[in-house]
Design a protein around this ligand. Structure first.
Ligand SMILES: NC(=O)c1ccc[n+]([C@@H]2O[C@H](COP(=O)([O-])OP(=O)(O)OC[C@H]3O[C@@H](n4cnc5c(N)ncnc54)[C@H](O)[C@@H]3O)[C@@H](O)[C@H]2O)c1
Length: 255
């Protein structure tokens, strides 16, 4: 991302990991278009990022609405402006036992976490292919890598992002588009607070070797590295866990 006039799009950018990533980019002089389906979250994001009125833009978008997504990108980002980065952070999940998970729950999560990510990535990559490339980062989850309880629907949608990353990085390398995937462990965000609850929080803190939740900024630091052409120009197709050691661990040492 050496071209600072170019814009980076962050979906789900009005809260948690997406918001921290937008702040990371803006603090380094980049232009960011924050997209989110929640008007309330967009309003607080606008307030949180008020120092960047010249470089931060905001728009309502539900990533499952492909027609609206196509219209928004073409109307908000003229062809003369390159899109140098895309972060797919829009997503949601819940801790639901397998026997209580409905097919509709799986479909709803798939639409946002996978299909929404797929559709905007294809549109943005098309734009990038005509302007010399760029960097795309999908936000998956440690639950997309292993069988965490209660994640049959969420985990399956997040696992799909791992393979999407690999195929996209393979096919898009020739256009100088890098595609990587970040798998957060438990991160202090509204989504995690709702999905984990108090009992889940205790469990996570016991099972993560570093014995704590990560912060949204700790994810943004890695996403920022992967977006930055100078830092990660030869990194593509990678699945990076940022999880306090959770994925690497097995039997834990006594506290
Ligand atoms: N917090 C964690 O512990 C954790 C762990 C692993 C992965 N993740 C992933 O990180 C990403 C960000 O989650 P977060 O924890 O920052 O959650 P969050 O709820 O704080 O932020 C998610 C944002 O995405 C928006 N969003 C949801 N559905 C959308 C849609 N259809 N269209 C547009 N925007 C939409 C929400 O309004 C919200 O502002 C998600 O994909 C999540 O699955 C989070």
């Amino acid at each position: 991302m050496t071209n600072h006039a170019a814009v980076t799009i962050v979906t789900g950018g009005a809260s948690g990991i997406g918001l921290a990533t937008a702040a990371w980019l803006l603090a380094r002089g980049r232009s960011v278009l924050v997209l989110d389906h929640s008007e309330a979250n967009l309003e607080s994001a606008r307030a949180a990022l008020k120092a960047y009125t010249d470089t931060a833009a905001f728009a309502v978008l539900d990533v499952t609405d492909e027609e609206a997504m196509l219209h928004l990108i073409s109307s908000r980002i003229p062809a003369s402006t390159a899109i140098s980065g895309l972060v797919n952070s829009a997503g949601f999940g819940a801790d639901i036992p397998f026997f209580e998970t409905t097919s509709q729950t799986l479909r709803d999560m798939l639409e946002v976490n996978l299909v929404g990510t797929f559709a905007i990535s294809r549109e943005v990559a098309t734009r990038m292919s005509g302007t010399g490339g760029g960097s795309i980062v999908h936000i998956s989850s440690v639950s997309g890598l292993i069988g965490n309880k209660g994640r049959s629907a969420y985990g399956a949608t997040k696992a799909a992002l791992v393979n999407l990353t690999q195929v996209m990085s393979n096919e898009l390398a020739r256009y100088r588009i890098r595609v990587n995937c970040v798998c957060p462990g438990p991160i202090e965000t509204p989504l995690a607070a709702a999905a984990h609850g108090d009992a889940g929080k205790v469990l996570w803190e016991q099972q993560v070797p570093m014995k704590r939740y990560g912060t949204p900024k700790e994810i943004a630091n890695t996403v920022g590295f992967l977006l930055d052409e100078e830092s990660s120009s030869y990194v593509t197709g990678q699945i990076v866990s940022v999880d306090g050691g959770f994925i690497a661990s097995g039997l834990l040492s006594p506290a």
